[in-house]
Design a protein around this ligand. Sequence first.
Ligand SMILES: [Zn+2]
Length: 157
Amino acid sequence: MKKCSNCGAVMSNKNFTCIECNSVLGDPVTNEEIQSSNEYSDYIDRALVRSDDFYVSVWDKIMSAISAFGTIFIIYSIVNNNGPDLFIGVISFILCIIYALFPKFIWSIEKLRIIAFRFSEEPEPSDFYLVMVKIIKNILFFIGCGYVVTAVVCMVA
Ligand SMILES: [Zn+2]
């Protein structure tokens, strides 16, 4: 376990920066050291959730909320102005929401694929997989946002 000296958040050893405040983390600490500082004891419970590979961050939730509004806006724009040209934006946003809010569902699909090709019987998500998911959901989000901008430009023009 690592503990942030800035905000007191506790997270797994594989983090180099704090997931809460982005401060650079020092060396790992033992569970006893963490538990001895009672003032941060509530962080321990939250840390157990956060050290989970499928933790849904605040940014994931914000991104999903914006994606939901963006989806509605683009559909409105398609119905009123633009025809089906902007539909990729809707698909991007919906996929982004699934990636951001349901990481376990995305992993279960990937897991089936891994098992089907017999790469592994009991696969664990690799660091590469987790980074790719992070990149993919952000790309989908920005594609969706690009289509929102396009829709706005079409409406104004
Ligand atoms: Zn911190």
